[in-house]
Design a protein around this ligand. Structure first.
Ligand code: G3P
Length: 217
């Protein structure tokens, strides 16, 4: 499963890229607002930090407007992936852009039938939002299971990009189901490293090592 980070914070992206486990980056208008930076500047900078796809979302809601914005976004770098909402205009834009060889991430997916539409429109990635479904009392991971089944039934190439990930269990379940990609905030990815027995083990080894009075080198 590929790991994308869901942030517009370039320091966090650089730190995760250095671990070698980062396969791409996703942003959205809310994350850009949180960064306090100019959208085009920050996307360009992120694209230089990873070779993987960097999702940059259009804000127009009509097809012509989306195409105009996509034209600007895809010129920023070769690894820009244009993100469009799962609407009729969004999927028209998806069809046009992927037909021209541009990667497209279709976002704000909350139902299996929506994911089917995105695949038929040629989406590179479909982004089902698991956390926001959990928030309203539905099981977000059920959506991932349904999409996996549907996409496998018809051998669609569209990659399932699990989004709105809130905790490590979402990531573990995504991997169990066979999602292609997950995107999570930096803190959630960093939480995967943690285990109390790892911390306890390091403390024990350090204490025993100190008793030897030795140093390495
Ligand atoms: O970037 C899309 C998605 O991951 C947003 O997540 O936490 O705002 O629901 P969240």
């Amino acid at each position: 499963m590929k790991f994308f980070v869901d942030t517009a914070d370039t320091a966090d992206i650089a730190e995760l890229a250095a671990t070698g486990l980062l396969d791409g980056v996703t942003t959205n208008p809310s994350l850009i607002a949180k960064s306090g930076r100019q959208f085009l500047d920050v996307v360009k900078e992120i694209c230089a930090l990873t070779d993987g796809p960097v999702s940059a979302e259009v804000v127009a809601i009509d097809h012509a407007g989306m195409m105009r914005e996509a034209e600007i976004l895809r010129k920023l770098a070769d690894n820009v992936c244009v993100k469009v909402p799962l609407t009729l205009d969004g999927l028209k834009t998806c069809k046009a852009l992927t037909g021209e060889g541009t990667q497209v991430n279709v976002t704000l997916c909350f139902a299996p039938a929506q994911a089917l539409l995105a695949a038929k429109a040629g989406a590179t990635f479909i982004s089902p939002f698991v956390g926001r479904l959990d928030d309203i009392g539905q099981d977000g991971m059920d959506l991932i299971r349904d999409i996996r089944l549907i996409y496998d039934n018809y051998a669609f190439d569209t990659e399932i990009l699990v989004a709105s990930v809130r905790h490590p269990i979402h990531i573990l379940e995504s991997a169990r189901i066979g999602a292609d990609v997950m995107t999570a905030p930096p803190a959630v990815i960093k939480a995967l490293f943690n285990h109390p027995l790892t911390d306890k083990g390091i403390a024990g080894f350090m204490a025993d090592w100190a008793k030897t009075g030795q140093t390495i080198g």
